[in-house]
Design a protein around this ligand. Structure first.
Ligand code: BGC
Length: 389
């Protein structure tokens, strides 16, 4: 608790300094922090609650210029503050200022760890060792992000091990949401002094099961709520992707990106192609909402993706041990939620880069396996590395 309070003082000081800087700037400058925004900013007090008989809280990780806020409700990232090209602290993650909106209405998955199986499973059915399992169909005919509550609306146990690192644990019971085996998942967030956020995942099970854990942070590299992300520049290190049907389920084959709107092998904005509904895949995805097959093949030392904010100059490099990356361009954002600095979650004002296994892998023998057996430990790692230019 002491850590939270001293962290809070630090954040307040940080935001106040940012505010002073901002008020001196012209209105054409990108401003993420204003007087009103200070009132709305997340505070530990606004995250203190009891849900499912467990306490929720806000945790603050800080190292060098980077600061990340995490809540144990859904192991969510609430905010990521990094310097822009002028050194101005900029919050590049979408989130709420308090715990309550995270618990209300349909889940937007802002900042959450999604599981047991992040992304979709066709018709909510899969076969494992000769038995068919049925899961909730919470996305049209399909299962999405673990079901009704998934992992994003569970209270995780939190252990902040230092000013810059926290480990969250969630034990999902045998049969929860229809999945077999008691699954223990651990997620560790660590912030280093080089503006890198590392996410480590580990999981074990008591009986064979399937899993696909990822983080669902929505980013706007110009700052939360600062307009469309269609003019950001995107590079994705993938020469193939998994085309989908009209319900977002992969049709089973890989398709080359070359010559299609899905070619991000050299950096480009989304503006020229995101509305190109003559392309069947853009039409099916309602824009970009597809899994890319990473050329990195699990090598965390090779870059998986790079995105830059067209106004802030903030660059985010993604590294991962995972084989795929779901690139979601905020096509279902509809302006119906109030974000932490008073802006709305308007259409396509954020994007997600969810490092993961391919959607519907349990029903696609040709895709890398997502089965976990007792005695094995699943582990994976993803790094979001920030810089500014
Ligand atoms: C999916 C989108 C979905 C969104 C929900 C993404 O991972 O790919 O289709 O609407 O999650 O927040």
């Amino acid at each position: 608790m002491q850590k939270i309070i001293s962290g809070c003082i630090l954040v307040t000081a940080f935001i106040l300094t940012a505010c002073n800087n901002v008020s001196k700037k012209k209105s054409s400058d990108i401003a993420i922090v204003s007087e009103q925004e200070i009132e709305n900013a997340p505070s530990p007090k606004n995250f203190e609650s009891t849900i499912d008989n467990k306490p929720t809280a806000l945790y603050i990780l800080k190292n060098g210029n980077m600061q990340v806020m995490v809540t144990n409700y859904g192991a969510r990232i609430v905010s990521i503050i990094v310097p822009d090209k002028n050194g101005k602290p900029t919050d590049v993650a979408v989130g709420y200022a308090a715990i309550k909106p995270y618990t209300e209405g349909a889940d937007t998955y802002f900042g959450a760890i999604v599981g047991r199986y992040g992304n979709r499973i066709a018709k909510g059915k899969f076969n494992l060792d000769g038995k068919t399992y049925s899961l909730a169909t919470n996305d049209g005919p399909n299962h999405l992000h673990g079901g009704k509550k998934g992992f994003s609306r569970q209270v995780w146990d939190a252990n902040q091990t230092s000013d810059s690192s926290i480990t969250l644990t969630y034990i999902s019971g045998d049969g929860e949401e229809g999945y077999p085996g008691t699954l223990t998942s651990k997620v560790t967030y660590t912030v280093n002094n080089n503006d890198r956020l590392k996410i480590e995942y580990a999981a074990t099970t008591t009986s064979p099961t399937i899993l696909n854990l990822t983080n669902h942070t929505y980013f706007n590299l110009n700052g939360e709520g600062s307009g469309t992300v269609n003019n950001h520049l995107f590079m994705i290190n993938a020469t193939t992707f998994t085309p989908i049907d009209s319900t977002f389920i992969p049709i089973g084959k890989l398709e080359a990106v070359k010559g299609t709107p899905f070619d991000f092998t050299t950096s480009k904005s989304l503006s020229a192609t995101v509305n190109d509904t003559a392309n069947r895949q853009i039409k099916n995805g309602k824009g970009y909402d597809h899994n890319f097959v990473l050329n990195t093949k699990g090598n965390i030392h090779q870059i998986a993706a790079e995105v830059s904010g067209d106004q802030s100059g903030i660059v985010m490099d993604v590294y991962t041990t995972q084989p795929g990356l779901q690139f979601y361009g905020g096509n279902f954002m509809d302006g119906s939620h109030n974000l932490k600095y008073g802006k709305k979650d308007d259409y396509r004002t954020a994007f997600c880069m969810e490092t993961q296994h391919y959607p519907d892998s349990p029903n696609e023998p040709g895709f890398p396996s997502t089965v976990l057996k007792p005695g094995e430990t699943f582990s994976s790692e993803t790094i979001y590395a920030f810089s500014a230019k």
